[in-house]
Ligand binder design. Structure first.
Ligand code: SPV
Ligand code: MG
Length: 338
């Protein structure tokens, strides 16, 4: 199901993400890593965004290793939240430190309109799951539960979600450990469990889901077992699938091909039809100044000269007489403008 074209007032991002995590349907989150990719995910019809740690790092040109500071990540999220009205679930890695860092992170994310954060039970600085997975140590269970509790205690919106990412299968600690950790994190207050696997088949995810037996919402990231039919996840009772890194990978391939072509041919002729520049459908690359008046609670000016006195010049030029002038309280208080 697609995101509606307009979101009803009051239907907050946090509530929408929470509903996706707890619904009986299989839901999908699309990776995005900056403003433009967040907008593209929205245009494609997705209902929520995964703020991928790997992809956000990659678009900064650094490793998925906490080389970008958490405040740089939060600044980047601000652009994403401004560019798209979808709920964003941030991949918050290990929470950027201890429980105190998680506290501050949750506060800042709420201030920026982010709907939830996913934290993983590894150690800071984190290493991407697929690099020497077996060699990676895990966080102490109690310490990680402390981070979840600290996050839940500091959220002011009850619908802000904390997802606990279990790395036990990836790191070679086995199914029993994965289930033990997931249960501890659920009891600590996690709103959902992300269970990750690096196998090319979904076998351990399906075993986990069977043993878990619906104790709470399950989120998966089928990057490695991508050929599994999506209905298999539905039948296993998974709540959400995250398509984790595909906009960044797609963007990188396209940019590499275009850059090489322009470099080698010393002309733009061969790429003109391969870029979004010509696309009439897409307003993605915003190059024009808006000529529409800003939306304010103040009534629109009734004459062109009034428009000139209160709007920027480029906007005032586009002034047209309004067919219906509604007198509101601001007409009385700001008579010269209305
Ligand atoms: C990410 O997107 O940064 C993730 C998911 O953690 S994955 O890279 O597939 O481990
Ligand atoms: Mg990550």
């Amino acid at each position: 199901m697609n995101a509606p074209s307009t979101i009803p007032v009051g239907y907050s991002r946090t509530l929408r993400l929470r509903e996706m995590l707890t619904s009986n349907r299989l839901e999908f989150l699309m990776e995005a890593h900056n403003g433009i990719s967040a907008r593209i995910a929205r245009e494609a019809g997705f209902k929520a965004i995964w703020g991928s740690g790997l992809s956000i790092s990659a678009q900064f040109g650094v490793r998925d290793n906490n080389e970008a500071s958490w405040t740089q990540v939060v600044d980047n999220l601000e652009f994403m939240a401004d560019a798209s009205d979808l709920p964003i679930l941030l991949d918050g890695d290990t929470g950027y430190g201890n429980f105190n860092n998680v506290r501050r992170l949750v506060k800042k994310l709420e201030q920026h309109g982010i709907a939830g954060v996913c934290i993983e039970d590894k150690q800071f600085p984190k290493t991407n799951s697929f690099i020497n997975g077996e060699a990676q140590p895990l966080a102490d269970i109690d310490e990680f539960c402390g981070k979840i509790k600290a996050g839940k205690d500091s959220q002011s919106d009850p619908n802000f979600s904390i997802v606990a990412h279990v790395e036990a299968l990836i790191a070679g600690w086995g199914m029993e450990e994965a289930l033990k950790r997931a249960e501890a994190y659920r009891q600590a207050g996690a709103d959902a469990i992300l269970i990750h696997s690096k196998l090319s088949k979904p076998d351990e995810i399906l075993t986990f889901a069977r043993e878990w037996a619906g104790r709470g919402s399950l989120v998966i990231v089928p990057t490695k077992y991508y050929s599994t039919p999506t209905d298999v996840f539905r039948q296993a009772g998974i709540s959400c699938v995250i398509w984790a890194n595909h906009l960044i990978h797609g963007a990188v391939s396209a940019m590499q091909a275009i850059a090489k072509e322009i470099h080698d041919s010393e002309t733009l002729v061969n790429v003109e039809d391969r870029t979004s520049r010509r696309s009439t459908k897409s307003s993605i690359c915003r190059t024009r100044t808006s000529t529409r008046p800003p939306r304010t609670s103040i009534c629109p000016p009734r004459t062109k000269s009034a428009a000139r006195s209160c709007w920027p010049r480029a906007v005032a030029r586009a002034w047209k007489p309004s067919r219906r002038i509604v007198r509101r309280s601001c007409c009385r208080s700001r008579a010269s403008r209305c």
